[in-house]
Design a protein around this ligand. Structure first.
Ligand code: HSE
Length: 401
């Protein structure tokens, strides 16, 4: 029997309890031992809940109980999750988490503490919800040099962009509707400004290079400036717009990471990823592209990923599961050095100036009054910014080939 505690009985925490209960047989068989929930930590009472008698309010009860071997941290945020996690790991208890903020901020330290104490800090649920992506990077793609990761890592923004595309609607009205339907938070900033995707790509980028990619260093641009006219142009040239979280290593060893809206064409593997779904495309130097697709959020998908970590921890009691993520910070190359093409909108008065400054522009024919739009040739962001300033543009969207 392996005893487990759940810290935080909110959406994901209650999902963890539900998954362990519903799939008891499967989980126990795969763990090699029976998994039992001993405690649920939460500040609140849950009268009438079937697990009411397992609810405790004092973390010490869990940390001081020698029988608890695995903890699911589903509290979210840094405080007090960081302190609780650190103390649990120092006590030799493995921790499985869905807390991307904590993983992105303190991942390497918590992994090191876990390994020093012969236990594990696992975080499959922190990126892509229920999609297996951490385990493939850590275990399955070990023969590869992964040189690029491109993901749609935020369900809220993907839902909004998909809806704008389908219905020709604007950002504000689509966000409002998404909030009414419960697909977007009342405070949507972390999602729509790209901060959530930024934490997630920081985690994936760190696993890609084995060092620490600080989320604070990642260039992040959200979707708030995308308009219905952008989709009119995207359609006219057989493309769509997605919020992509990307990291890649150039042949010269430069390492880049960024989050921004990109125009992608029909042939791109992420083109068909719509609604609340997430997907991650991993490029390895031997395998080429592989893609991981599924539900990136939600109670049961996220809980399923947390419980898959519980099973892994149960199979490795007293043993370390390797994870290469050193504390050494990676010096990211500034995105101004990255080369790509750009989609550009200018007012009709600027047409000749734009064609003069951007010498090899491919014009997009679309029915947007008062505007002229085109796609540039490939150039660095630095070159583009200079030309854009000289011309005076309405907006631009990067193109991902
Ligand atoms: N707000 C996140 C999303 C939830 O929309 O994808 C999962 O991290």
């Amino acid at each position: 029997m392996i005893q487990v505690a759940v810290m935080g009985y909110g959406t994901v925490g209650s999902g963890v309890v539900e998954v362990i209960e519903k799939n008891k047989e499967e989980i126990n068989k795969k763990s090699g031992e029976d998994i039992e929930i001993k405690y649920i930590l939460d500040l609140r009472e849950f009268p009438g809940d079937p697990y009411e008698n397992k609810v405790v309010h004092d973390v010490e009860q869990i940390l001081n109980d020698q029988d608890v071997k695995i903890i699911c941290e589903t509290m979210g945020g840094i405080k007090p999750a960081y302190d609780f996690t650190k103390r649990a790991l120092l006590a030799g208890k493995s921790v499985c988490t869905s807390n991307k903020e904590l993983v992105a901020t303190h991942g390497p330290e918590l992994i090191r503490i876990a390994h020093e104490n012969k236990c594990n800090y696992l975080f499959e649920a922190s990126v892509g919800g229920g999609i297996p992506i951490i385990r493939p990077l850590n275990y399955s793609l070990t023969a590869e040099k992964v040189d690029a990761i491109t993901g749609i890592l935020n369900g809220t923004t993907n839902y909004i962009l998909s809806k704008m595309e389908k219905e020709g609607a604007g950002f504000e009205e689509t966000l409002k509707e998404a909030q009414e339907k419960g697909y977007a938070e009342r405070n949507p900033e972390a999602d729509v400004e790209g901060y959530d995707a930024c934490r997630k790509i920081a985690i994936l980028s760190s696993l890609m290079c084995g060092k620490n990619v600080k989320y604070q260093d990642i260039y992040t641009e959200g979707i708030t400036k995308i308009t219905e006219a952008d989709f009119v142009y995207a359609h006219a040239c057989g493309k769509t717009i997605k919020l992509l979280a990307r990291s890649w290593e150039d042949k010269d060893g430069s390492f880049y990471a960024m989050v921004a809206p990109f125009m992608i064409s029909k042939t791109h593997p992420l083109f068909m990823v719509n609604g609340v779904f997430n997907a991650v495309c991993v490029h390895g130097n031997m395998l080429g592209d592989s893609m991981y697709y599924g539900r990136g959020a939600g109670k049961l998908p996220t809980a399923s990923a947390v419980v898959s970590d519980v099973v892994d921890c149960a199979r490795h009691i007293g043993k370390v599961i390797m994870c290469f993520w050193d504390a050494e910070d990676v010096a990211l190359t500034g995105i101004e050095e990255a080369k790509r093409r750009f989609f550009v909108r200018v007012s009709t008065e600027k047409e000749s100036k734009a064609l003069q400054v951007f010498e090899q522009a491919s014009v997009i024919e679309a029915d947007v009054p008062g505007e002229f739009a085109f796609i540039t040739e490939e150039m660095t962001e630095k070159e583009f910014n200079k030309k854009a300033e000289e011309t005076g543009i309405i907006s631009r969207i990067r193109i991902e080939e």
